[in-house]
Design a binder for this molecule. Structure first.
Ligand code: PNS
Length: 162
């Protein structure tokens, strides 16, 4: 049986840490669906369409990676897709404590829901989309932290916002 996993997140923007996690998850699962969360309460730098299109561009030559979006509860989205497994990346103890609470709440909401935690590769363990946004907004270098075309788009967008 083909095994698909859902990798949900804000991806505002996609980082090399996310990309590394997807590539490693493909050694366990046949396909990974990267699902971009529509969260109207969270102020994102990039629109949903921009985030989806950036992710599609990064994985365009990999047929095992699909890109989708979802709104509302993750458990409802996962149930609709008939996929039982969700992947989340863990960088630190703080991530673990936070993610454990969410995983358990999701399991309470839906008894079939499974969360697989994957440890972030050490070289990316300090990386986050918010940290990248802060570095770029303060004029620092984010070389090696995200794909060059996303870095350029981020610099442009944050400049426009000033
Ligand atoms: O990249 P992020 O911001 O850490 O992703 C968090 C995300 C979008 C995966 C999480 O907030 C989520 O699942 N949101 C959907 C609403 C939901 O189901 N919340 C959990 C209930 S406890």
């Amino acid at each position: 049986m083909k095994k698909n996993a859902i990798y949900p997140g804000s991806f505002d923007p996609l980082t090399n840490g996310h990309i590394n996690l997807v590539e490693r998850a493909l050694s366990i699962f046949d396909t990974i669906t990267i699902s971009v969360a529509i969260n109207t309460k969270k102020p994102n730098v990039f629109s949903l369409e921009e985030r989806v299109s950036m992710i599609e561009r990064v994985f365009k030559s990999n047929d095992h990676v699909k890109v989708d979006s979802f709104e509302g509860l993750l458990v409802d989205y996962v149930a609709k897709r008939k996929t039982a497994v969700v992947i989340r990346g863990i960088r630190t103890n703080t991530d673990f404590e936070y993610e454990l609470g969410i995983a358990q709440a999701n399991r309470h909401l839906s008894p079939e829901f499974e969360t697989i935690f994957m440890m972030t590769d050490p070289q990316f363990s300090f990386l986050s989309s918010s940290m990248i946004k802060e570095i770029v907004s303060l004029g620092g270098s984010t070389n090696g932290m995200l794909p060059a075309f996303i870095e350029e788009a981020l610099k442009k967008r944050l400049k426009e916002k000033k």
